[in-house]
Design a protein around this ligand. Structure first.
Ligand code: ADP
Ligand code: MG
Length: 212
């Protein structure tokens, strides 16, 4: 299998150095297919099995674009469950180790509102959460998405299976029209195609049959 080094990408030197220290030497196939497009600012639909490295694909994309000096929500990652949101936040924090003062906040259902509202008042760069709770914060006005640059739907097929369609629509309505949208999914059923047609702009398809 062909291996592509992360160094072939135009990533900030500190991100690259951190990848080396994490032992990430070459891109997984889904990363090699999607990252050049993600870094070019294109909308991307990436389909690949569990364990294929999808989190780092979008994580590196959002970290590369992030301006840490602007303390506004610049990226939002939507995940089907709290466990997955926690895993994604953990991986993003790991990839972001060399970026000082970065704030990654998780907002999930089943957790009390008060502390989440307090954290939102302090501000964050990246939000990772579940659609129901994010929708509630958007409705209450406790989460403002006016400065959002990248919207990520992780495990989009599972989010739709779990009945999050209406919450997703509400959140997307509150996001700026001019944004980058990335959709990750293990499968590509017709409902995913339909949502992609509505919320994405000329998406590039990245698909990998097997894991690395
Ligand atoms: P997926 O979301 O596709 O199911 P994950 O993003 O959770 O997969 O990645 C699975 C595992 O692979 C994680 O433990 C992650 O740290 C690791 N990983 C991701 N990309 C690389 C890479 N390029 N090199 C080595 N390990 C990687
Ligand atoms: Mg994943």
């Amino acid at each position: 299998m062909s291996q592509t080094a992360f160094s072939t990408l135009n990533l900030h030197a500190d991100l690259l150095k951190n990848l080396t220290s994490l032992g990430y030497e070459s891109m997984t196939p889904i990363q090699a297919q999607s990252l050049p497009h993600i870094l070019a600012g294109e909308d991307v639909i990436a389909q690949g099995k569990t364990g294929s490295g999808k989190t780092a694909a979008f994580g590196l994309g959002l970290l590369e674009k992030l301006n840490v000096k602007r303390f506004r929500v610049q990226s939002l990652v939507l995940c089907p469950t709290r466990e997955l949101a926690d895993q994604v936040a953990k991986e993003i924090r790991k990839l972001a180790r060399t970026i000082h003062n970065i704030k990654v906040l998780t907002l999930c259902g089943g957790m009390p509102f008060g502390p989440q509202i307090g954290s939102l008042e302090h501000g964050a760069h990246i939000i990772v959460g579940t659609p129901g709770r994010i929708e509630e914060h958007v409705r209450k006005g406790t989460l403002n998405l006016d400065d959002l640059e990248i919207l990520i739907l992780d495990e989009a097929d599972r989010m739709l299976e779990m009945g999050f369609q209406d919450s997703l629509d509400e959140i997307i309505d509150a996001a700026p029209q001019r944004r980058q949208t990335l959709l990750f999914s293990a499968t590509y059923p017709p409902q995913i195609k339909s949502i992609a047609d509505r919320i994405m702009f000329k998406p590039v398809m990245a698909k990998v049959e097997s894991t690395h």
